[in-house]
Design a binder for this molecule. Structure first.
Ligand SMILES: Cc1cc2nc3c(=O)[nH]c(=O)nc-3n(C[C@H](O)[C@H](O)[C@H](O)COP(=O)(O)OP(=O)(O)OC[C@H]3O[C@@H](n4cnc5c(N)ncnc54)[C@H](O)[C@@H]3O)c2cc1C
Length: 398
């Protein structure tokens, strides 16, 4: 016989969004997860220091079929609200770059903070729990699960889908939120890997793997300026992760190796002053030497500066400022930091995250079709959407 208990709220997934929701929902709240510990992605994020938000977070930093959807939640629980929470818990942090806030110490501080807030709110956490099925009788949801070898049946008025996206299946990512959403008639947009390195079938960058350089990368009309890293398999580094979220298969990426300077003017001036200097030596004073070796092979660069006509220099600089390449693909969900797409925002209230057609069903975090840029934006979406749902649930009981 399955044990049967009743809860006000059951949250599926004890990640960033689920835990934030549990700190707000009040009443009897149960958080379920199949992992051994809550917030595993928080733990490994930001190289173990968790880039927990961004000073400049705004709706422009998010991708979604409906770019307006994220506005309400982001404006009601902002980066400043989360920073305030972090400060109240005495967690030291710093800005690394571009508004990205990281813990001084460890990402575990953020998990401990959320657990302490959950304990204060009286929420219960069940780990290593398998969710077997979910049903709805028109008023209440029932969840059947297996925990410590025993089957349980729960009844709840509010069910929150917070099991995240498909990124990094090795860490326990599943498509459960999408499956349950579909079961209740909610549309799910196409999903694909985002914030992910590019691959090339011919391993063309293997000889220069490890070389990094700041560039501007453009794809599908969107541009980012940050460091690019050549790898054994292709291209990575923050700029490539950012642009990967905008890239579609078979599209070219344009790379400007001189985002902040005019190489044509520089090389022309040097030709004037030091015409006998070697072209590749001069380029190696502007770009990493191993990259120049690679380019010299590809583009047949040779001779002295004085040998280069204006039009030859112009041609070379155009090529270096608009280096076009078409990646074969990406590393996919195996290493992607996020999943693009997800539960269709048309199905949800942007204020409460509740399904418009199914009272008491909520979806939050990465499971929803809202995806942030690299830089703390994805956690901010998890906090804001989790808070919005938690608050709405608390108010619905008032
Ligand atoms: C390596 C890496 C580094 C990252 N670094 C950053 C960063 O520094 N800053 C930033 O903003 N974002 C970062 N992200 C993205 C960020 O981690 C996610 O966007 C965020 O965790 C999403 O929160 P969520 O609560 O929606 O989902 P998650 O945090 O993924 O939580 C989902 C939870 O659901 C559980 N679950 C899944 N399927 C099931 C199932 N079938 N049954 C039971 N439980 C299930 C999982 O175990 C997990 O605990 C990073 C991601 C990765 C992979």
């Amino acid at each position: 016989m399955a044990e049967h208990t009743t809860w006000d709220t059951v949250i599926l997934g004890a990640g960033a969004a689920g835990m934030m929701c549990a700190t707000q929902s009040g009443g009897s709240t149960l958080l379920l997860d199949h992992a051994k510990a809550p917030g595993e992605k928080i733990r490994i994020s930001g190289g173990g220091r968790c880039n927990f938000t961004n000073l400049y977070a705004s709706p422009e930093n998010f991708l979604s079929a409906n770019p307006h959807f994220c506005k309400s939640a982001l404006s009601r629980y902002t980066q400043w609200d989360f920073i305030d929470l972090v400060a109240r818990h005495g967690i030291a942090y710093h800005e690394k770059t571009l508004g990205q806030l990281f813990c001084d110490n460890s990402a575990k501080d953020i998990i401990a903070m959320l657990q302490s807030e959950m304990a204060q709110a009286g929420a219960t956490l069940w780990l290593e729990t398998t969710i077997d099925s979910v049903d709805h009788d028109g008023t209440d949801f029932s969840v059947t699960l297996t925990r410590q070898g025993r089957q349980h049946r729960l009844t709840t008025r509010n069910l929150v889908l917070a099991t995240g996206g498909k990124s990094i299946p090795k860490m326990g990512a599943t498509g459960l939120a999408y499956d349950i959403a579909r079961q209740f008639g909610l549309a799910v947009t196409d999903t694909r890997a985002g914030l992910v390195p590019f691959t090339f079938s011919d391993a063309r960058f293997k000889p220069i793997s490890g070389v990094a350089h700041p560039v501007r990368a453009t794809a599908d009309g969107k541009a980012f300026e940050e460091a690019m890293l050549f790898t054994h398999r292709g291209l990575s580094g923050p700029v490539m992760l950012q642009i990967s979220s905008y890239w579609r298969e078979s599209q070219p990426i344009s790379i400007n190796l001189f985002p902040d300077s005019d190489p044509f003017e520089t090389l022309r001036a040097r030709r004037q002053a030091q015409g006998r200097r070697n072209l590749t030596t001069e380029l190696a004073s502007l770009l990493p030497a191993r990259l120049v070796d690679h380019l010299a092979e590809q583009m047949d660069l040779s001779g002295n500066l004085a040998d280069q006509s204006d039009s030859a220099l112009r041609h070379l600089c155009d090529a270096l400022q608009n280096w076009q390449m078409v990646p074969t693909g990406t590393e996919g969900y195996r290493t992607a930091e996020v999943t693009l797409g997800g539960i269709d925002t048309d199905m949800l209230s942007s204020k409460t995250m509740e399904a418009k057609a199914v009272k008491g069903l909520y979806a939050i975090g990465e499971a929803v079709d809202v995806t942030g840029w690299l830089g703390g934006f994805n956690f901010q979406w998890a906090w804001s959407s989790g808070w919005a749902a938690g608050q709405a649930i608390a108010q619905s009981r008032a």
